[in-house]
Write a protein that binds this ligand. Structure first.
Ligand code: PLP
Length: 393
């Protein structure tokens, strides 16, 4: 079965509920299940339900669907992207060091650093330049990269990283949130685990927080399942239903928004008031070659970052002038959204570090939505003009 069919339909079959023949999977809201201790093992086996912090039939359907979409043997669902990352960093948690790429989601970096302070392990930031990361990764490390790094959309050389980690015995974890399994499946390339904040493209409608992890092999599954049970990071069944509803249209949404994003990126590149555009589908992006090798559909995601001339005053005036795009801290929804990394996600970094990461006062991150691309461009054009007027004063 094609992956797109699997996203649209999932593992649910109406015949599985013979009394009602539900076309949509039921939401199992019970948090407790009949589980006589004299008949059953203390720990439920895979697929068995005992208590809602361990397993839930609705959530299990989502997990199976996600595992198939990512090409894994198993999937696990968490109550946010951050709770999947925190469970992953604490369990199995055998790493001596965590290596993060420099352009990484700010909360992921803070989480790794704070956990390391408590556990006595180390966090180092390496690459881009990617050679730095390739050179550094060694046995016992956990290497965490994003397939499209926040916010300058850097694309790591995934195949080279996989080879390096295989040779050296490090564990490679890939956060695939911005690409989604539509554009890239890291497990097919040999990554150890894939994580997604399902709050973004996977659910896609800005109405639920969720996280997902997929992988291969029983050992990681057991460690993460146990970690989720102890930390209490399991996803709620209502939320699992919303995520599954989003998955039905995942392919259509991501493909359409990515096509529009390329049009917007090319338009932005032609604007005098735009100093620089970061979009891996453009030849000018530093990781265009990596992106061509990895994003096989010829689609490069729906997020475009760009730097406005005129710094902070210009960026703020531009945000104020938008009428269609919504200033937010997020991405991956139906609506076009703009975030301002300098004052939001990366605000806590020092000026020098921001400069090194390309997070300048004029940088904006645009998450292209499903509106007509002509309306999106009209909105951007109008805001460019209005902010230019305001700057002239
Ligand atoms: C790349 C990436 N990973 C993880 C997360 C965390 O996900 P959540 O907000 O669902 O906790 C985010 C959130 O923006 C993200 O951008």
């Amino acid at each position: 079965m094609d992956r797109r069919t699997h996203a649209a339909r999932g593992p649910w079959r109406p015949e599985e509920e013979p009394r009602s023949m539900d076309v949509e999977p039921p939401i199992h809201i019970s948090s407790v299940y009949r589980y006589p201790p004299y008949e059953k093992p203390l720990r439920p086996r895979k697929g068995e339900v005992k208590y809602g912090r361990e397993n839930n039939p609705t959530v299990m359907l989502l997990e199976d669907q996600f595992a198939t979409l990512e090409g894994g043997d198993w999937g696990l669902a968490f109550n946010s992207g951050m709770s999947s990352l925190s469970t992953l960093l604490l369990f199995p948690g055998t790493q001596k060091r965590t290596i993060l790429q420099r352009v990484v989601y700010g909360a992921t970096r803070s989480l790794a650093e704070r956990l390391a302070e408590r556990t006595g392990s180390k966090v180092v930031l390496r690459g881009p330049p990617w050679e730095e990361l390739l050179h550094e990764a060694t046995g016992g490390d956990l290497v965490l990269v994003e397939t499209l790094g926040n916010p300058t959309l850097r694309v790591p050389p995934l195949d080279e990283l996989v080879d390096r980690c295989e040779q050296r015995g490090c564990r490679l974890v890939v956060d695939n949130t911005m690409a989604s399994p539509v554009l890239l499946r890291p497990l097919d390339h040999g990554a150890g685990l894939v994580v997604e904040s399902a709050s973004k493209y996977i659910a896609g409608h800005n109405d639920v927080l969720a996280g997902l992890i997929a992988g291969r092999g029983e050992e990681d599954y057991q460690a993460l399942w146990e970690g989720r049970r102890l930390l209490g990071t399991h996803l709620q069944p209502m939320d699992a239903f919303l995520v599954m509803r989003g998955l039905k249209t995942l392919f259509v949404r991501v493909r359409e928004a990515s096509r529009s994003a390329l049009v917007v990126a090319e338009w932005l590149e032609a604007q005098e008031d735009v100093e620089r555009v970061y979009y891996p589908g453009l030849e000018t992006h530093p990781d265009h070659e990596n992106a061509l090798a990895l994003f096989r559909e010829g689609l490069f995601g729906a997020v475009v970052s760009f730097e406005l001339r005129g710094g902070r005053r210009r960026a703020e005036a531009f945000l104020e002038s938008l009428r269609l795009a919504i200033p937010t801290a997020s991405f991956g929804g139906v609506e076009t959204m703009v975030s301002y990394p300098y004052m939001a996600s990366h605000r806590s970094l020092g000026e020098e570090e921001k400069r090194l990461l390309g997070i300048t006062p004029g940088l904006l991150r645009l998450s292209v939505g499903l509106e007509d691309v002509r309306d999106i461009i009209y909105d951007l054009e109008t805001a460019l003009k209005a902010s230019r007027r305001e700057l002239r004063g």
